[in-house]
Every structure is written in structure tokens, then in C-alpha cells.
Design a binder for this molecule. Structure first.
Ligand code: GLU
Length: 480
């Protein structure tokens, strides 16, 4: 049997991190087994659909490197892969169940259902449809449908006994039938419900393994009944534990937790996020932490999946991203960092700055704040001038800066090597120590404890005028 997995998002929003992880595991499992990874868009709930979401989901999956073997755009033998494009296909299956007595048309109006729902709520009960329309004889039902009366098709769930299924991950799960509602298979708008289309398509697309979030665990017994009613073989279910924001709540866009695209927009690298997310609920069984996508595929096993929820830890992701950033070649880094630099400091030597920043930032979005001191000298504490090892303090810094100023003023061709040569030469000639001059100068020019680059690089980037202005300003403030 060839493994076929699918990622089946509903286009109701962007690719959240739990979704990315589901897609990733479905992809990894298929690839590991030489199988097929399918993308199917479950868009039959028109009310919840967000415009443009399908395109965004596809775009995000591509950025993650999860190319689908079958699905929208690429096609395949089981298409179309967008459910609304398959709309005509579901009703005959629903009618098959009606004919066999496993389902029935229901004509109850929304008013009646709302009333019943209200009653149940007042009594503190969960609403369950009372099967009223089950007693409508089929030929009468067909007559009413032909006459144009709106209707849905409901699954006739047994009211006694239990229904069970085995999840590879969670084991044997048994549910009492009396808890189950007669779910709607076909809606009044002629479209299938998400549950029905999901089952029909998993069957028609010959999906062998369903990997999906535990939030769908509770609908699986109903699916089981559908498979039985059709006499179809069930796929193997593997429900994945939740991705949590902390120990109390699930990661969610509504609470401001980032989606995959948000992270990319914040300057995280797609490869690093994929690597981090893959390890959120799965482990390779050894100490390795860094994986390319092919390496993840190679290492993936279902046994490595964790049974407990995992917590998304942005600090850990940032650390991992930093490792990825440090491994980028300079060209690669500059290609990504360039726009952040140019946006913060238009007209500055972006490539020069990129060389200073390469290996120093964990996330690209840290670049603006890291170099903003070049645009405007930040407020700072004069205690920064105090450096034990360099033997500098606020007082002798005045003198060091007063020493450096004329040297800087004397540099005619303002390049970094020229600034450096002039300073180092002047320091050596005067028998001073480098640190005793360069430390106060770097503080005067940056107002920061840590900077990308040292005093001479910063002086070059600031230009002569700004450099001397900042040095003068520092002398004035220290002399106050
Ligand atoms: N369409 C469902 C979703 O939006 C997926 C359900 C499944 O994978 O079976 O996440």
C-alpha cells in the first residue's frame, strides 16, 4: 500500500503554527514512506471563508518548502482538489445513504431548531436533533423536495450502543452513541458540510493516513459511522496534540499569537521556523536539534510524536533562528538584511553595515533597533564611560575625547581605514593605550554598551561632521 496523506485546510485564515505543524508531519510521513502528499482545500463553509485565504495558505506552504504532489495548481488523478469545485459529487453519496436508510432528508426550519436549541439550553442540556423528520416517508420527502421545499440531509445515528475507533496515537476511543447528534451531511445550499466532504474525499482520494489536530478527535466517531454506512475502509487516524501558547491556552490568532507568515514578516527564516515547529511535538530520539527538511523527513517516525501538548516558546525559536542566521553566507545574509538596513538608514553604506551585522542579530527585525543609533544618538547614562579594564572613567574620557578630536578633524579622506590609521597612529605616537581612547570614543558616538562594529567603523558610517559633533557633545556633557 502506498502512503497517501493530505493537508486539508479550510480557508478561514492564515496558516497558524499548529496548522503548519500538521502539514509538516503529514508531509514528513508521506515522504519518509515514499508516498504522496496532497493538498486539499476544504472550502464548503462559505460563511467562514476569508477572501484570499486559499492563496495565502498555498503561498505559506511553499515558503515552508512543503510542495504538494497533488492538489490545486499541480493537479493529480484524484482532482479537483478544491471542494467547491467538486460540489456536484457529494449529493449522490448522501442519497446513497438515504436510500440505504442510513440518512434522511430533514425539513425542519431554522426557527424550529432554534426553539429546540433554546429549550435544551434552558434545561442545561446539549442540543440534539430529535429525529422528527426521520419519520417522513421517503416518497413524501422526495415530493416535497421536488416541490422546492428547502431541506438538509442528516445522518441517522444509532441511539444505543457505542461506537469506537483506534487512533494510532491515542489508542482505542469509544463513545456512547446517545451522545452523538444526527449530523448534517448536505446543507440547504446544496453544499456538503465540512464533515461529510472530508470523509467522502478522504475515501475518494485514497488517503491512507489522516494526520490532524486533536481538536478533530471528537468528530472522528461520527466519521467512523459514515465509513461503516458506506462499507468503506477507514484511513488510519493520527491525532496530534495541541500547540499551546502557555500551560493554560491554545495558540491562537485571536490572542495575538503569530501565524507562520507573521513570523516571516518579523524576519524569522522559514527554514528555522520549520525546524523549530517540527520539534514541537515530535523528537528524533536523539539529541539533534538542527534539521533541514530532507533531514526531518529522514528522521521522522510516528513513535517520536509526543502525546502531550507542546508550548510554543518564542525565545527558543529566536535562539534557533539566530543559529540559522549565523550560518548564512554573507551574500545570503545581505540579500535578506539589505532592505531592513536601507529602510532604517537610507543612503548609508548598506553592504558595509551588513558586514558588521552578519552573525550579530538573531532575527532580521532586530536590525532597525540595532543600527538606529547611527540615525540618532540615543539617551544614555554617563556611567557607560566607566570601564575597569580600559581604565576609563567619566573624567579621563573628557581628556581622551579631546585628544581624539583634532586627529579626527585632520582626516581628509573619510574612509574607515583612514580614520583607523590616523587614530591608531596618533595614539601610538602619544604613548597612549588604544582602549583608553577608543572605548570613550565608541560610547560618545553610539551611546551604547554594545554596537555592531567599533569606534572607527561607527565613525566612518556617521561621517566626519556627525562624528566630530557627537565627540564634542560628549565632551560638553561630561564637563557639566
Ligand atoms: N478542514 C479542517 C481544518 O480546517 C481539517 C480537518 C482534517 O484535517 O480532517 O483544519
Amino acid at each position: 500500500m502506498s502512503v497517501r496523506t493530505r493537508f486539508a485546510p479550510s480557508p478561514t485564515g492564515f496558516l497558524h503554527l499548529g496548522g503548519l505543524r500538521t502539514a509538516l508531519y503529514a508531509y514528513m510521513f508521506a515522504k519518509k514512506n515514499g508516498g504522496t502528499f496532497i493538498l486539499r482545500i476544504e472550502d464548503t463553509d462559505r460563511e467562514r471563508e476569508v477572501e484570499g485565504a486559499t492563496e495565502r495558505l498555498k503561498y505559506a506552504l511553499k515558503l515552508a518548502g512543503l510542495d504538494w504532489d497533488e492538489g490545486p495548481d499541480v493537479g493529480g488523478d484524484y482532482g479537483p482538489y478544491v471542494q467547491t469545485q467538486r460540489r456536484g459529487l457529494y449529493a449522490p453519496y448522501a442519497w446513497k445513504l438515504v436510500e440505504s436508510g442510513a440518512a434522511y432528508p430533514c425539513f425542519c426550519t431554522n426557527e424550529r431548531l432554534d426553539e429546540e436549541r433554546g429549550k435544551a439550553e434552558r434545561d442545561g442540556q446539549t442540543f440534539k436533533y430529535d429525529k422528527r423528520c426521520k419519520s417522513v416517508p421517503l416518497n413524501e420527502a422526495k415530493r416535497r423536495i421536488d416541490a422546492g421545499e428547502p431541506y438538509v440531509i442528516r445522518l441517522d445515528m444509532p441511539t444505543e450502543g457505542t461506537i469506537a475507533f483506534d487512533d494510532i496515537h491515542y489508542g482505542h476511543i469509544e463513545v456512547e452513541c446517545r451522545q452523538l447528534d444526527d449530523i448534517i451531511l448536505m446543507k440547504a445550499d446544496g453544499l456538503p458540510t465540512y464533515n461529510f466532504a472530508n470523509v467522502v474525499d478522504d475515501h475518494l482520494m485514497e488517503i491512507t493516513h489522516v494526520l490532524r489536530g486533536t481538536e478533530f478527535l471528537s468528530s472522528t466517531p461520527k466519521y467512523n459511522f459514515l465509513y461503516k454506512a458506506f462499507g468503506w475502509e477507514k484511513p488510519i487516524y493520527i491525532h496530534l496534540p495541541l500547540v499551546m501558547a502557555d500551560s493554560t491556552r491554545k495558540l491562537s490568532k485571536r490572542h495575538g499569537d503569530p501565524t507562520f507568515e507573521d513570523l516571516l514578516n518579523e524576519g524569522y527564516l522559514a527554514d528555522a521556523v520549520v525546524n523549530y515547529i517540527a520539534l514541537l511535538g515530535w523528537n528524533p530520539g536523539d539529541e539533534r536539534e538542527f534539521f533541514t527538511l530532507p533531514e526531518l523527513v529522514e528522521a521522522f517516525t510516528l513513535e517520536g510524536l509526543s502525546k502531550s501538548p507542546s508550548i510554543f516558546d518564542k525565545t527558543k525559536l529566536t535562539w534557533m533562528n539566530g543559529e540559522y542566521m549565523r550560518r548564512l553566507s554573507f551574500e545570503d545574509f545581505f540579500a535578506r538584511a539589505g532592505k531592513y538596513i536601507e529602510e532604517t538608514l537610507p543612503g548609508k553604506d548598506a553592504e558595509y553595515l551588513a558586514r558588521l551585522l552578519h552573525g550579530r542579530v538573531d532575527v532580521l527585525s532586530q536590525i532597525p533597533q540595532t543600527i538606529d543609533f547611527l540615525r540618532e544618538l540615543p539617551e544614555y547614562d554617563s556611567a557607560l564611560y566607566v570601564h575597569k579594564k580600559m581604565k576609563t572613567d567619566e573624567k579621563n574620557s573628557i581628556e581622551a575625547l579631546a585628544f581624539a578630536l583634532p586627529i579626527l578633524e585632520g582626516v581628509s579622506d573619510w574612509t574607515e581605514p583612514a580614520v583607523k590609521d590616523a587614530l591608531l597612529m596618533g595614539i601610538a605616537n602619544a604613548g597612549r593605550k588604544n582602549g583608553a581612547v577608543l572605548w570613550p570614543l565608541r560610547v560618545a558616538l553610539s551611546g551604547l554598551m554594545n554596537t555592531p562594529g567599533g569606534a572607527t567603523e561607527i565613525a566612518y558610517l556617521l561621517g566626519k561632521e556627525e562624528t566630530t559633533a557627537r565627540a564634542n557633545k560628549a565632551i560638553a556633557r561630561l564637563s557639566d
